[in-house]
Ligand binder design. Structure first.
Ligand code: ADP
Ligand code: MG
Length: 679
């Protein structure tokens, strides 16, 4: 074959700056493209072999080799796949690969940078020029009598083709790296990128560092590295066919970097618990065991396989951040693609392999794609089915996992209506006794016996009029659900509730506030009220008519006193006769005001003052308490100020944290009081 020259119909001045800017953050993607081209070439040949179109020697071992030369700054990708004839190079490389790149640019060069193309698929072979100034191909087709071809191109605009001295079937592609991409010829960097993109590709990938120490040493080093690696990469032993995957320690020679038969491809019935846990550990580097998992396995109407793990939360930091790795035919695409995977599922950890996804389109196109929506609905449904199934048949474990999985479930309910509909009857709450109850269970238990009987009667009755009456009654009296957001802070109230046999739900997570707001919106009859929002009648003694007037007067007197002493002229004070006479004072803040304040606090960063609508807190003084009575009887004593202030802080402290200044004064005052006692 004589030498051929040609010009690739690409305007490099236009295309390179765009490609470089475009793919700036993932310059490493060429590894994926070139290795997956090698996989494709092998898959094609396997198919031809299968249908008898190609005859392959019995000792053939399909493989891909990635070879780096850190000194010469080259990377070589070698496969023993189908290879290319000279005509095929002309067609597939000179025309298709390059026109593919051009198409790609034409389609996307005007898009905003957020609108990135999911996998950058379509750039393929051309991505080599993102990091290399010169690329060579040596290839020999599987076809009888084919001549080997050498192709090379500088800068991806001009090429030369001539005969190659390659004698083995397959393709070898060498990249001569640009100065700013030298890092990729470094063994560790190259392995890191291969690990990211190629961990589960279907053909064994071997790695060679040409500048590594002498043969024997190199082999040892490789083995050591492989052993270390074995902790990172999924155990190779799972390959049933046992071909080309030397997993046993005794077997000499280098090991492939990847796992060609990832667990998600196996049938769920064939996977053991240990395998699931192993896979989780190795892929997500999480030393904590997952709680449980869902193996997705679907062939029709679309092909989707994967494993979703429910991680154990790090309660210490209270933050949940998962990773869902998306693959297409075992080729890694990206982490956490929210266009495909429902947002709330991103709190989980898992892998999803979906070859049917249109990954060569932009993110926004993906978002509006009906097919993608179906996929994401399917995943959501599977997750909801798993959880509701567990509630129904294994409530014990469901409760055991609840604290870990509830933020996820609640987030899912907030974000996804379909998920909420499926899960709404399976939401449970921890109560003051540490037991788990559903909302209807809580409400039922909170009702006095008579009401329960009455309601049961009404329910039985088919009388429409009575039904109406029942509805009326419900409307005027919502079911109050008491809750605790901080068991320590609100312990005084908790004790009070417990002593009166009133239950409350523990809702301590950040997600709980929006979640209960949503519950209220979807259930007009239910009102959530934090345990310190008000002092219910249950805690008060019944006040006879003749006492009421006296109490009112006490309230007036003490209001005046406390306002003056504390220098808070808007302070609300209320005197109540609490059953528990040990309680001197408590602070209440109505549910509405507190929620408003919380919201203000959230907006505080935009310059709003949470106190701008006043604090609305009410200081409740217990008329049955000795100290309160003492203050009232000694309004003019020197120490009354000290008493009032201390009482006020004590009430405040069991309601919310004191600000630093108040805390300092509180400590000083406490010392002062003790000193007085010691005299
Ligand atoms: P795609 O893989 O999407 O077809 P690429 O730009 O990656 O696009 O590759 C273009 C074409 O070049 C491939 O379709 C294939 O025919 C040919 N090709 C690329 N790499 C190889 C290889 N290693 N062995 C055989 N053919 C290859
Ligand atoms: Mg390709």
């Amino acid at each position: 074959m004589s030498q051929e020259h040609g010009s690739l119909s690409i305007n490099s001045e236009n295309i390179f700056p765009i490609i470089k800017k475009w793919l700036y953050s993932d310059h490493d993607i060429f590894f994926r493209e070139l290795v997956s081209n090698g996989c494709d070439a092998i898959t094609k040949l396997k198919k031809l072999e299968l249908i008898g179109e190609a005859v392959i020697p019995a000792d053939n071992e399909y493989r891909i080799t990635v070879r780096v030369n850190p000194e010469e700054k080259t990377i070589t990708f070698i496969d023993n796949g189908i290879g290319m004839t000279s005509d095929e190079v002309k067609e597939y490389i000179n025309q298709i690969a390059f026109s593919g790149a051009q198409d790609f640019m034409n389609k996307y060069k005007d898009k905003a940078s957020e609108d990135q193309i999911i996998g950058h698929f379509g750039l393929g072979f051309y991505s080599a020029f993102m990091v290399a100034h010169k690329v060579t191909i040596d290839t020999l087709s599987y076809k009888d009598g084919a001549a080997a071809v050498h192709w090379e191109s500088e800068e991806g605009t001009e090429f030369t083709m001539e005969e190659s001295d390659r004698t083995e079937r397959g393709t070898e592609i060498t990249l001569y790296l640009n100065e700013d991409s030298y890092e990729f010829a470094n063994e560790y960097r190259a392995k890191e990128v291969l690990d990211k993109y190629c961990s589960f590709m279907p053909v064994p990938i071997y790695f060679i560092n040409e500048n590594a120490p002498e043969e024997e040493e190199a082999e040892e080093a490789a083995e050591e590295a492989a052993e270390e690696k074995a902790e990172d990469v999924v155990d190779a032993e799972v390959d049933e066919e046992g071909k080309a995957v030397p997993a046993e320690k005794e077997k000499k020679g280098p090991k492939p970097l990847n796992e060609t038969m990832p667990l998600w491809l196996k049938h769920p019935n064939e996977c053991t618990e240990e395998e699931y846990k192993d896979f989780y550990r190795k892929v997500f580097h999480d030393y904590k065991e997952p709680l449980f998992w869902i193996h997705l396995n679907m062939d029709y109407p679309f092909n989707l396989k994967g494993i979703l793990y429910f991680p154990k939360l790090n309660t210490e930091y209270d933050s949940i951040e998962g990773t869902i790795k998306l693959y297409s035919n075992q080729v890694f695409i990206a982490d956490n693609i929210k266009e495909v995977i429902p947002e709330f599922l991103l709190l989980l950890k898992g892998v999803i392999d979906c070859p049917d996804l249109p990954l060569n389109v932009s993110r926004s196109a993906l978002q509006n794609d009906g097919f993608v929506k179906k996929i994401s609905d399917y995943i959501t449904k599977k997750v909801a089915d798993k959880l509701s199934g567990m509630y129904k048949v294994d409530r014990e474990n469901y409760e055991k996992y609840w604290d870990d999985i509830s933020p996820f479930i609640k987030f899912g309910c907030l974000k996804d209506e379909k998920f909420r509909d499926k899960m709404k009857d399976f939401i449970i709450f921890k109560n003051l006794e540490g037991k788990y109850v559903t909302l209807p269970e809580y409400i039922k238990a909170a009702k006095p016996e008579e009401t329960k009987e009455e309601e049961a009667k009404t329910e039985e009755s088919a009388d429409a009029a009575e039904e109406e009456k029942k509805d009326d009654k419900k409307e005027e009296k919502p079911d109050i659900v008491y809750y605790v957001t901080d068991e320590q802070q609100q312990s005084q109230y908790i004790n009070l509730f417990k002593s009166e046999g009133i239950d409350a739900l523990i809702l301590t997570h950040n997600i709980d506030q929006p979640f209960i707001t949503q519950l209220e919106q979807n259930n007009q009859k239910v009102r959530f009220q934090r345990i310190d929002a008000d002092i219910t009648d249950t805690f008060k003694e019944e006040v006879k008519e003749d006492e009421a007037e006296a109490l009112k007067q006490e309230t007036e007197e003490l209001t005046e006193l406390f306002r003056k002493v504390l220098n808070k002229d808007k302070l609300e004070v209320k005197v109540e006769k609490l059953k528990n006479e040990k309680v001197s004072a408590m602070m209440t803040l109505s549910e509405e005001s507190r929620r408003m304040q919380d919201m203000m606090r959230m907006y505080n960063m935009y310059g709003m003052d949470p106190g701008m609508f006043g604090t609305n807190e009410t200081l409740v003084l217990n008329a049955n308490n000795n100290l309160v009575q003492y203050i009232r009887a000694n309004k003019d004593s020197d120490q009354v100020g000290l008493f009032c202030e201390q009482l006020y802080d004590l009430a405040l402290i069991s309601h919310k944290p004191l600000d630093p200044e108040a805390m300092t004064r509180f400590v000083e005052r406490s010392n002062e009081i003790l000193t007085m006692l010691a005299k």
